[in-house]
Design a protein around this ligand. Structure first.
Ligand SMILES: C[S@@+](CC[C@H](N)C(=O)[O-])C[C@H]1O[C@@H](n2cnc3c(N)ncnc32)[C@H](O)[C@@H]1O
Length: 253
């Protein structure tokens, strides 16, 4: 039976399993301390966020981008993540950065914040695409729209299944499998991938641009800019070892 037929509880459990593993948390902590913001992230943040902005760093993990923002002078920032152990580590990381940033557990699909509370929201490292099912991602987009002030900016990245020619045969093959109902039964929808790492299964949705534009429009957002990360900045080797090219999206409420 395909996962898409399973209950929301089972899906939630699967997301918790993906991110709660000690080694995952360790790896994100390592990125937080040793890598920090990518060059492309710095460029996009400088271009679209104002230093005085109140910023929600959603899916903050152990705080890689939250501390990065703080170091760039964005002091009015809060980090929120679904996974308690990520948040616990983010709070501990305050010591390493000599900061006192607030971090808390929260679900992008059901935020505790009042309407129109933030000037900007960041959902980095393709994190929004790790929410299984398009309907759930749209719930998250609508929540983000709700907590942003009018004119507020939502900056995030996604993979893009139409960006990298090397992967075209893979997606063509996937399409054929889905048409015949022969896809990996663990997947929810076309565009999903489950990447098997040593100690965990990583769920990721690879959208195309059309799908993203439609979902964001349905959520009330207006597109400002979309650009492949490789066109924004050249990343140093130690960052390239950790990331693969993705697409930046900037939307306005
Ligand atoms: C790829 S990681 C990125 C972490 C961090 N932003 C970074 O760049 O190092 C994605 C993060 O999104 C979080 N996440 C996934 N689903 C979420 C949800 N529904 N609400 C809040 N956070 C979520 C995960 O726990 C994970 O920490």
């Amino acid at each position: 039976m395909a996962r898409k037929n399973k209950t929301d509880e089972v899906i939630k459990e699967f997301v918790y399993d993906t991110f709660s593993h000690d080694k995952t948390v360790e790896r994100y902590t390592d990125d937080t301390i040793k890598i920090g913001l990518w060059e492309s992230e710095k460029e996009m943040i400088k271009k679209h966020f104002k230093v005085s902005d109140s910023i929600l760093d959603l899916g903050c993990g152990t705080g890689r981008t939250t501390f990065g923002l703080h170091q760039m002078g964005y002091k009015n920032v809060i980090g929120v993540d679904l996974i308690p152990s990520m948040v616990e580590n983010a709070i501990k990381n305050n010591r390493a950065f000599g900061s006192d940033i607030s971090f808390e557990v929260g679900d992008a699909m059901n935020l505790r914040f009042e309407n129109e509370q933030f000037d900007a929201c960041l959902f980095s490292f393709n994190g929004i695409m790790q929410i299984p099912l398009q309907k759930n991602r749209i719930i998250a987009m609508k929540e983000i729209h709700r907590v942003l002030k009018k004119g507020g900016i939502f900056l995030f990245t996604t993979h893009d299944r139409e960006i990298n020619e090397e992967w075209f045969p893979f997606w063509e093959d996937e399409k054929n499998k889905w048409e015949k109902g022969e896809q990996d039964p663990r997947l929810f929808e076309f565009g999903d991938r489950i990447v098997e790492e040593k100690y965990r299964l990583v769920y990721l949705h690879f959208p195309n641009q059309k799908e993203m534009k439609e979902a964001m429009k349905e959520s009330g957002f207006h597109l400002i800019e979309t650009i492949p990360s490789t066109d924004v900045a050249k990343e140093p080797e130690h960052i390239l070892e950790r990331i693969s090219p993705c697409r930046f999206w900037v939307f306005r409420k």
